[in-house]
Design a protein around this ligand. Structure first.
Ligand code: OAK
Length: 801
């Protein structure tokens, strides 16, 4: 891509402002300048994108297609500038012009096309695929409304529509010429042809036009530009409506609803028909396109498709891609079942992101039939052939066929379909991948152990260190040079500074600087004044019972009551920072948000506390807010019930920014602990084996702990006495824990949580030691760059060159 000197950049900026916004630099608003910068970048991205495509087609490169219902991309301007090599020059020019770069970049709307971990992972992966120079494109849905905007009113979460497309989205290009029809519903009939083959005819289907909007994905310093293709649903122009215009308008609106909004559920499943339509819409449009492009570009028989394409499905949401590819290969390309099945099962690879039962997708047969009857026929055939093959080839598994079946009790089990139709099944952290093999999908593992593998998640260090924490990034480069930028594992070079007091002091200064910046953000958003010298203890993630924000609160309540008991007690000042969205229909999660606010209200205003504890809830946690929080975090709360968090990626972001993890042996925490050593992490609580054993044996007796342990009882009773709210405000939480026998083991883990917290606070008193711990975490975090993850996918699963 083109490089610019400062004066060149200024010149091109001026020209853009004049041409696009009819304004001089002096009279331009931040918004004008933002769009002008985007336009400069987009010219570069478009050119490099075309070059990349031509090169890839000419070289007939093998390509990975990442299919995901979610891409939580956040803002792109800084990341695009960085990767295009223009961030420094742009910052300098803006600063010289007396403009604040951060303010200008904040003109971009945060693209929240995802719920949480799964969607953000997809965004990090695209960045790494492009930055490693691979040919790999993302395919998702251009939701008209992304994840809801969260407002807190009197402690209660209110959801507002996320109107992210209100202003022009500068990174997308509408490609109407590449639109494809997607067919829903109708009937299928079959006839036997002369050659004995069956021919399927569809009738009465509803055709929706899938219109692609392409967003360039810029690789870091390599001129490689891939594509994120987001599909939007439109009414085909030639649709004949029977009736008046009002009907046509309604028809149009009903079609557009397919890409209308993102379902706001994270790790729980919303069994709505529209959601199912969204899934089929994504896979049908994408797979049609891949087949069309393959035939057109590579001039090879379709039987070679799998040699040039791999499709990674991000959890089970795009699993209908399997029967859809079968449909196209058989009904449109004329292949027989066996050939089509060979191609399909050598194309698809499936990543599982959760073992939570409520998130494992199951769809009633009638709904799948309604979405597309031919797709259901194919799933049925896949199931019958699969069950038959188990019966014949694995007599020892015959009594398991009922559990293995893709369709049982009139329900389609998406994870089973995904496993049967894929050549690879991976978990997202070592522990999670073992749990999948040993428990969740154990019967499948016994049948095809070779399919199962682990790919521990990662995060892009370009966004989560270089652009969000420039001070730390610069300190690192000043100290060890900038090799680490392209080889993040080189961060280990920092170990030579482990005993260097001057360096440790600078590290602490950077943290303090970032904490001051977050303090400002907190003040502006909440009016709460926090002390930058207090420990910043952070739990930011979706609100879910298994993530145990309630355990964090019970601990805060315990600390608060200790102070109340003995106000002169000496404690390390702490700021507890929360950020979390709750699914709108998730009552208990919303009650926890209320409780956070209620506790904050009492604790922050109690003169006995005297500002030693502050509780802060930052509303509308999203990618942009995360970029302010991560650099300032000192303690990273990763306290899920062991076995339940597949990986976590917030843990990696905070580690990379020098926070110390305080958590359970769950998800990727296990690998963090192995890397940094147990002296550089605070681990507490039940192990995953213990949790699973309890679960297999009917749980533990929560009531016994409650009755006999006064620390536990006092903290729990605060929910039903009037300490934090009148009229038994938190009865629901209290009874939910006790009458359900505490399925997330809050009470069981409470004491070890309180104790590890006290250990962490005692450790904090030794500043030098703390800084060394922080340094250890930073220098080991290169392992969690998504570049490492993608390198492993590319080598082991995708076989990319
Ligand atoms: C969301 C919906 C359905 C199934 C899974 C999810 C999800 O977001 N899972 C999360 O994926 C992340 C990326 O792999 C993991 O780090 C989280 O642990 C997991 O909860």
């Amino acid at each position: 891509m083109k490089t610019y000197t400062k004066s060149e950049f200024r010149k091109v900026l001026e020209t853009k402002l004049m041409n696009k916004r009819t304004a001089t630099l002096e009279e331009s608003t931040d918004n004008d300048i933002f769009y002008a910068i985007c336009s400069i970048l987009k010219d570069e991205i478009n050119q490099a994108g075309v070059d990349t495509r031509h090169h890839n087609i000419e070289a007939k490169r093998r390509q990975i297609n990442y299919l995901s219902m979610e891409f939580l991309i956040g803002r792109l301007i800084e990341s695009n500038l960085l990767n295009a090599g223009l961030l420094d020059v742009c910052n300098e020019v803006l600063t010289e012009l007396g403009r604040d770069p951060k303010k200008i970049y904040s003109e971009e709307n945060d693209a929240g096309l995802g719920n949480g971990g799964l969607g953000r992972l997809a965004a990090c992966f695209l960045d790494s695929i492009a930055s490693l120079g691979y040919m790999g494109n993302g395919f998702g849905i251009r939701y008209r409304y992304g994840l809801f905007e969260q407002r807190i009113v009197n402690g209660t979460q209110i959801e507002l529509p996320d109107n992210w497309l209100q202003e022009v989205y500068p990174w997308e290009t509408r490609r109407i010429e590449e639109a494809v029809p997607v067919n829903f519903g109708g009937q299928v009939t079959s006839e036997v042809l002369e050659d004995g083959n069956l021919k399927f005819t569809y009738s009465n289907q509803e055709t929706v036009l899938a219109v692609p909007y392409d967003v360039g994905v810029v690789g870091y310093d390599n001129d490689n530009v891939n594509q994120l293709r987001l599909w939007s649903a439109e009414l085909p122009h030639d649709t004949i409506d029977h009736g008046d215009n009002k009907n046509r308008l309604e028809h149009m609106q009903s079609v557009e609803r397919i890409s209308g909004f993102l379902y706001p559920d994270d790790s729980t499943e919303e069994g709505r028909f529209l959601r199912l339509k969204q899934q089929y819409f994504l896979v049908s449009s994408t797979i049609q396109t891949l087949i069309n492009q393959f035939k057109e570009r590579y001039q090879l028989p379709v039987t070679d498709f799998h040699k040039y394409h791999c499709i990674q499905i991000n959890d089970t949401h795009p699993t209908f891609g399997i029967p859809e590819l079968m449909r196209i290969l058989m009904d449109e390309e004329g292949l027989g079942w066996d050939d089509a099945w060979h191609i399909t099962t050598h194309t698809f690879a499936y990543t599982n992101h959760t073992i939570m039962q409520e998130a494992l997708e199951k769809w009633p047969v009638y709904q799948v039939q309604n979405v597309n009857p031919r797709i259901f026929m194919i799933i049925n055939e896949i199931n019958e052939r699969f069950c038959k093959s188990v019966y014949e080839a694995h007599p020892e598994m015959r009594d398991k066929i009922g559990d293995l079946a893709v369709i049982s009790n009139n329900v389609v089990h998406m994870s089973k379909l995904a496993i049967v139709g894929s050549f690879s099944v991976n978990g997202v952290a070592a522990l999670h991948s073992e749990i999948i093999k040993d428990y969740t999908f154990n019967d499948f593992y016994k049948l095809t152990p070779e399919k199962f593998n682990n790919k521990t998640n990662g995060i892009t260090h370009r966004r989560w260190l270089m652009t969000s924490n420039p001070e730390l990034s610069n300190l690192i480069s000043d100290t060890i040079g900038n090799n680490w930028v392209k080889h993040p594992q080189e961060l280990t070079q920092l170990m030579h500074y482990y005993n260097d007091d001057a360096f440790l002091d600078r590290l602490a200064e950077v943290k303090l600087h970032n904490k001051k910046a977050l303090k400002e953000v907190i003040y502006n958003k909440t009016g709460i004044e926090v002390d930058e010298h207090s420990v910043f203890d952070v739990q930011v993630k979706r609100l879910h019972e298994y993530k145990r924000q309630l355990l964090n609160l019970l601990r805060i309540i315990y600390l608060y009551n200790e102070i109340k008991r003995k106000p002169s007690i000496k404690i390390q000042p702490i700021t507890f920072i929360f950020g979390a969205k709750a699914a709108p229909g998730y009552h208990i999660a919303k009650e926890v948000i209320k409780l956070i606010h209620a506790v904050a209200n009492v604790v922050n205003n109690d003169t006995d506390v005297d500002n030693r504890i502050k509780v802060v809830f930052l509303e509308n946690y999203n990618v942009t807010l995360a970029e302010d929080i991560m650099p300032a975090a000192e303690i990273s709360e990763q306290i899920s019930t062991a076995s339940m968090e597949a990986s976590g990626t917030g843990n990696m972001k905070m580690m990379m920014n020098g926070a110390i993890t305080l958590g359970t042996m769950d998800g990727a925490n296990v690998e963090i602990a192995e890397l940094v050593g147990k002296e550089n992490i605070f681990i507490f609580g039940l192990s995953s084996e213990e949790v699973i054993n309890y679960q297999l044996n009917g749980g533990y007796r929560a009531e016994d702990i409650y009755k006999t342990d006064s620390r536990v009882k006092n903290a729990m009773d605060a929910l039903i006495n009037e300490q934090f709210g009148r009229n038994y405000a938190f009865n629901d939480l209290y009874y939910h824990v006790l009458t359900n026998n505490d399925p997330y083991f809050l009470l069981k883990d409470f004491n070890s949580y309180v104790d590890i917290h006290l250990t962490a606070m005692a450790t904090y008193q030794d500043k030098r030691k703390w800084n060394q711990m922080s340094l250890t975490n930073i220098m080991k975090s290169g392992q969690f760059s998504s570049d490492r993850t993608i390198q492993q996918y590319a080598t082991d699963i995708w076989k990319l060159n």
